[in-house]
Design a protein. Structure first.
Lengths: 529, 308
């Protein structure tokens, strides 16, 4: 039985590492993260962005007995978006307000806690949030609300280095969990609402020295520059605020980008606006662009493509699965960036034709107007930044979807450095039309839905799949839910008393499996009795 | 740019016993942009609840350029709930009316925008996914914009409030389901202050076409949208049927009030059936059941009550 074997392996690995000295987290360990499923070494659990745990102690047969083991309160307000990391019994997390913590993963008791003091006038579009650490060597790495990258000593929380990526007063910030690759810490900038110029940076993990920067809007003389009218590329947004993935076979970072700025106004930025709303393949050593795939050309609906691109090897093909905010599921060949499939996974009205490559093309009447145009999905999208998962056992892709249409209208807006640069406003399409959401299972090879589980209101929770035949997700009503990965039937649920704006993860210590998720202002950790 | 370790950064360090405490240092933007440090979180909260001695005067008061900039901010940050032109939406009050429930001065408005109103859907500046966080300067511009669209006097409906009182508590039967000043029923929203929170137009819409926009009910922390007064019908395991409004609901349970105004708490998996509609339980009052004059009188009563 495959499941039993995996379980035994995991337990053995767990006891071995607990007995050995707390080892350093090397690049090789992260590359082989699936060999130590008791640990969670990077934001999505592995370099492929799959958010799949090979642990199976908690499974379909016993999950009904799952119970809270401990709760950690951050004491901060606002959305708590972290995915914690776990290394050899220690749990590392970041919280709202640029707080951070290291806890005993068995008990929740703090080993150290950290508060980054940032200026009061940071420009945050959507709350003082942070999604987590990267870990490499003996350091953990954090991006801050005022656009610094910081290395902390993993044992003490002391600052080892602190670099300023860019001047936050122009609207820049970091909210994503960095990605540790080789000896580099890779981060993408936030601030697409502020007329910034997006970029992805890599820093030397030992010194903080910047190794390379890739600007997501090309300057004069660079390919793609011609896709921006006039000087609009200088303030073209195209932030990169979600952690990318790393493909070791091609030594490429696969990283997604956000909407062009201003979000809903054509006149200020005629053109395709590369590399907004793209999947970028960057050489990990140099940051040089190898290829790109643009999901939405000249986006006018704030549909950032900042969803985790998920690496999947299916039927001998090396693929990327990506459920986009614009409502389409895309399957892309990750060796060359060619589109394999695009298919809606939610209600969409903005496209009824595809181009030669198979990419949906926007209807001209979907453009925002002064009076307003009704378009589905709405500005929050058919999904957003919440992590999907790919389960190699069911070979299904799971994503949190949202059903809402909005009225998109334009508003003339002058860009002023450090001030909001929207050029738009949007409203719910009709107050009588309810918004709702669902957790959807999709066959990635066909884009066909397999099952869905409806939420009463749209959820902002990511999804975890496990070798126990389960998917875990949360909802805005405060529930943490385990479902049968094959059928979508609810197996267990627990009311946490706060909405979920984070994705679950799993780990093991001393041979016992735990599942963790942030809700409200607390981190909840569950295990079997 | 590289930066050495600086004193700005402060690890809270380890403590051997007990929970390490967060740094007492905190920063909060006050209306004047003053930075408060070294104060406890509690005293900061008290500050925001009871007002601060900081600047209450709008530095851009009566400046048409600032008001124009404020309109742009308003569209991006506020109009989702308060409507275009600040005339009120389904979720937020009409701000063109001179009377403001949460304080009238420019400083009050600044604090309302920056701090939010706890227990309501009005969020703290920059904490939602609607719109962006505004700087102090931008908040003052929004205040200037709100002043520029404010009407000079309360646009009272011009009816007979005393007669409206009689209609509410008598002929129209409003008080069967709605409470004002502690008197009346519980099935529908409490209405003592409704006229400060809603425009006359939206009140008329709610009376004539109650299903067009359902009323906002329970607000839960950090949940995106509040619960609404949806109509639910349940059949219990032993075959009893209950119809009423949902007070709250999630995937696994429902808390409802039936038409007899009794509260019922159900786990959904123990029910035979559960149905929910976006039809309001409230009957529609057309011109036959409530004449235009009676409607004006009723509105006058609601305005009079909420002005007290």
């Amino acid at each position: 039985m495959r499941r039993v074997t995996l379980c035994v392996m995991a337990l053995m690995a767990s006891s071995v590492s607990a007995a050995s000295a707390r080892g350093q987290v090397t690049f090789e360990r992260i590359l082989n993260a699936s060999e130590e499923p008791q640990n969670w070494l990077t934001y999505s659990g592995d370099y492929g962005g799959r958010r799949f745990s090979a642990l199976d102690q908690i499974n379909k047969d016993n999950v009904k007995n799952l119970a809270p083991r401990w709760v950690y309160q951050t004491g901060a307000l606002g959305k708590f978006e972290t995915t914690p990391l776990v290394v050899d019994g220690v749990l590392y997390g970041t919280a709202q307000d640029n707080r951070a913590f290291a806890l005993d993963a068995r008990t929740g008791r703090p080993i150290w806690q950290y508060q980054y003091i940032y200026p009061s006038d940071v420009r945050m579009c959507c709350g003082r949030v942070n999604r987590g650490f990267a870990i490499l060597g003996d350091k953990v790495f954090l991006g801050t609300l005022d656009a610094h990258v910081i290395a902390l000593d993993a044992k003490t929380g002391s600052v080892v280095w602190d670099v300023t990526a860019v001047d936050y007063r122009k609207g820049y910030s970091f909210t994503l969990a960095p990605l540790a690759v080789k000896n580099m810490i890779v981060v993408g900038i936030s601030g697409g609402e502020y007329g910034i110029r997006g970029f992805i940076d890599a820093y030397d993990a030992d010194t903080g020295e910047r190794k390379w920067r890739f600007y997501t809007t090309p300057g004069p003389g660079e390919p793609g520059h011609e896709t921006w009218a006039g000087d609009s590329w200088k303030i073209g947004g195209s932030a990169a605020w979600i952690t990318g993935v790393y493909d070791k076979e091609t030594n490429q970072l696969l990283w997604t980008t956000g909407n062009p700025a201003p979000s809903n106004r054509r006149v200020q930025r005629e053109g395709d606006n590369l590399y907004s709303n793209c999947l970028l393949a960057l050489d990990a050593d140099t940051g040089k662009l190898n290829w790109h795939f643009q999901y939405t050309k000249h986006d006018e609906h704030d549909w950032d493509s900042t969803q985790i691109p998920v690496m999947m090897d299916l039927d001998g093909r090396k693929l990327i699965g990506h459920a986009n905010r614009n409502g389409y599921f895309y399957l892309i060949d990750r060796t060359n960036g060619k589109l394999v499939l695009s298919k809606p996974f939610a209600n969409t009205t903005w496209s009824d034709t595809k181009d030669a490559e198979g990419r949906p093309i926007a209807r001209t009447d979907s453009s925002p107007t002064l009076e307003g145009t009704k378009v589905c999905p709405g500005a929050a999208g058919s999904t957003n930044w919440m992590s999907p998962t790919f389960d190699p056992q069911t070979r299904l892709f799971y994503v949190t979807a949202r059903e809402q249409c909005d009225i998109f209208s334009t508003a003339p807006e002058v860009n002023e450095e450090g001030h909001a640069y929207y050029g738009s406003a949007y409203f719910p399409a009709s107050d009588a039309e309810p918004y709702w959401g669902a957790l959807r299972a999709i066959d990635p090879l066909t884009g066909e839905p397999k099952w869905e589980f409806n939420h009463v209101s749209p959820s902002w929770s990511g999804v975890l799949s496990t070798a126990g035949g389960l998917v875990f997700s949360g909802d805005s009503e405060g529930n943490f839910i385990a479902l049968d990965a094959a059928t979508g039937k609810v197996q267990w649920h627990f009311q946490m008393g706060g909405a979920v704006y984070a994705a679950p993860m799993a780990y093991a210590v001393d041979g016992r499996e735990y599942v963790a998720i942030a809700a409200g202002s607390a981190l909840f950790v569950f295990m079997l009795p | 740019m590289m930066r050495a370790k600086t004193s700005l950064l402060k690890s809270l360090g380890r403590t051997r016993r007990g929970l390490p405490s967060w740094s007492p240092e905190s920063r909060v933007t006050r209306p004047g942009g003053v930075l408060l440090r070294g104060a406890s979180i509690l005293s900061l909260l008290l500050f925001s609840c009871f007002g601060s001695p900081a600047q209450d005067r709008n530095p851009v008061a009566n400046d048409p350029k600032a008001a124009a900039a404020g309109e742009s901010q308003f569209r991006a940050n506020c109009a989702f709930c308060h409507g275009l032109g600040a005339r009120g939406g389904g979720r937020g009050p009409d701000l063109t009316r001179p009377q403001k429930r949460h304080g009238k001065t420019d400083g009050d408005l600044f604090r309302t925008i920056n701090d939010g109103i706890p227990g309501t859907a009005m969020p703290q500046n920059g904490t939602t996914s609607q719109g962006v966080g505004m700087t102090a300067e931008e908040i003052w511009q929004v205040v200037a914009y709100i002043r520029s669209v404010e009407k000079k006097s309360q646009s009272a409906p011009g009816g007979n409030a005393a007669h409206g009182d009689k209609i509410f508590h008598g002929a129209a039967g409003c008080s069967t389901c709605h409470m004002i000043n502690g008197k009346g029923g519980r099935l529908g929203p409490e209405l003592t202050n409704v006229a400060t929170a809603r425009s006359a137009e939206s009140l008329v819409e709610s009376i004539r076409y109650p299903s067009r926009r359902l009323a906002t009910g329970l607000i839960e922390n950090t949940k995106e949208f509040p619960q609404e007064y949806e109509t639910v019908t349940v059949v219990t395991g032993d075959g009893q049927t209950f119809k009423g409004v949902a007070l709250n609901e999630d995937n696994f349970s429902v808390q409802m009030m039936d038409t007899q105004q009794q509260i019922h708490l159900f786990e959904k998996d123990k029910l035979k059936s559960f149905a929910k509609t976006r039809e309001s339980m409230m009957p529609a009052y057309d011109e036959k059941t409530l004449s235009e004059q009676d409607l004006r009188d009723l509105l006058s009563y609601l305005f009079e009550v909420s002005a007290k």
